[in-house]
Design a protein. Structure first.
Length: 306
């Protein structure tokens, strides 16, 4: 039977630590989990391979046996008595151009949960051990779309995940692309193991007149010519209602003012907000009457004589 490269299946090296094996297993299992790949035979096969690889490599004794003897594992007792050194044998085969046991490809899996290689290597006890072991459920990933106004306030939403309805609280100030973990709302564990987690990615649709950068907001406000020249007051819209701003006389277009605390909420920081920056744009009057044109001409003459 073919020798199966469990390291290749998990996309790790032979020097991988236990933590790296665990991380690689979770990543691969999440990707090929049957719940996320319904009616996909290839994904189902890959999922079985991944679990089998983890069963071997996550157990120090199994991994040691696998690493040392490879396809010749069943002769382990004879090799030990004879002083057999797999590394020397591997070097000899490489010099002769033969393929060593570390140069294997994919295995030939049976229709069960484990390949023939695994069953012959560890026997029925390996299968029994796995069936009795507790395994953590797989993590789920989902995306939730919000508009900017919804992200401004803390609120609750109902979600349907894997056929189940859950109600979650979304804190104010969540950002586009932010991922939050909802514990125990992933796939159920095996043999009484803990549930996986739900990882929720937020997609914030900004259909407002504001530009958001972190906790700060940016917007433009029109000034009519007369207010820009003579000064006055304008009202601007914020997420917290309208605010009155005093405009000094002779304000230039492009002038920027800061409204402290009128920006976006800081995520999970009560009563903390960014700032709102308003940039003035000049609105030139149109459809002038004859009298208005005459007056502007008089103003132009006055300026030219100064």
């Amino acid at each position: 039977m073919d020798y199966i490269n469990y390291y290749k299946i998990l996309e790790i090296t032979k020097t991988a630590t236990e933590a790296e094996i665990k991380k690689a297993y979770r990543k691969a299992a999440r990707k090929y989990h049957p719940d996320l790949n319904p009616n996909d035979k290839e994904a189902e096969k890959k999922f079985k391979e991944i679990n089998e690889a983890n069963e071997v490599l996550s157990n120090p004794e199994n991994r040691k046996k696998y690493d040392k003897y490879g396809k010749d594992w069943k002769h382990a007792d004879e090799f030990e008595k004879a002083g057999y050194d797999p590394n020397q044998q591997q070097s000899s085969r490489q010099q002769q151009g033969s393929q060593s046991y570390t140069d294997f490809g994919g295995g030939d899996f049976s229709d069960g949960d484990f390949s023939d290689f695994f069953n012959s290597m560890y026997g029925s006890s390996g299968r029994s051990s796995r069936s009795q072991a507790k395994y953590r459920g797989q993590d789920f990933n989902a995306e939730l779309q919000l508009d900017l106004a919804s992200a401004y306030t803390t609120h609750k939403q109902n979600l349907t995940v894997n056929g189940k309805n859950i109600r979650i609280t979304i804190p104010a100030g969540v950002e586009n692309g932010q991922i939050i973990k909802i514990p125990n709302h992933g796939a159920p564990g095996v043999n009484g193991g803990p549930n996986g987690d739900l990882y929720l990615t937020f997609s914030i649709d900004n259909n407002s007149d504001f530009k958001r950068e972190g906790h700060n907001l940016y917007a433009d406000a029109d000034l009519d010519l007369y207010t820009a020249i003579l000064g006055g007051e304008i009202h601007v819209t914020t997420f917290d209602g309208k605010v009155k701003i005093k405009v000094p006389a002779e304000t230039q277009p492009g002038t920027k003012v800061k409204l402290k605390g009128k920006g976006f909420p800081v995520y999970k920081k009560d009563n903390q907000f960014g700032d709102l920056y308003i940039t003035y744009t000049l609105k030139i009057p149109t459809n002038l009457s004859a009298k208005e044109k005459e007056l502007f001409q008089e103003l132009a003459k006055l300026r030219n004589h100064e």
